[in-house]
Ligand binder design. Structure first.
Ligand code: FES
Length: 130
């Protein structure tokens, strides 16, 4: 069974193949719906799209196993990350780290992965204005 390791929380769990990172996190009571650099995490925990891939608040970095051990980016993720309307925040996060940025509710694991919840957005990073 795939193992999901949550780096910031220092927790891991084994889940069935095809389980989303959001579902794995919920089993450990980890909030994947975080705000911008930690601001708004309390509100987003309750006000989100509940896994429909619409709100973009469940952004995570899959730091290990992101290519070999997850499904491909879904249409909802492409919409969130590549079209900055109506919410530009997911697209900004994607600019910083396009290969590893995923929506926890859309990213299904097929093997071991390591996940960073609530990745920071560096609005002044190298990629932001390029
Ligand atoms: S919970 Fe809204 S996009 Fe994942």
């Amino acid at each position: 069974m795939p193992k999901v390791t949550f780096k910031n929380e220092n927790q891991e769990i084994e889940v069935a193949a095809g389980t989303s990172i959001r579902e794995a996190a919920k089993q450990l009571k980890i909030n994947t719906n975080q705000g911008i650099n930690g601001i708004g995490a309390g509100i987003n925990k309750f006000i989100n799209c509940h896994g429909l891939g619409q709100c973009g608040t469940c952004r995570v970095f899959v730091t290990e196993g992101h290519i070999a051990n997850t499904n491909g980016q879904t249409l909802w993720e492409k919409k969130c990350f590549k079209f900055p309307f109506p919410d530009p925040i997911p697209a900004l996060a994607y600019l910083e780290n396009p290969e590893q940025t995923r929506l926890a509710c859309q990213c299904k694991v097929t093997g071991n992965v390591t996940v960073e919840t609530g990745p920071e957005i560096n609005l002044f990073g190298d990629n932001f204005f390029s």
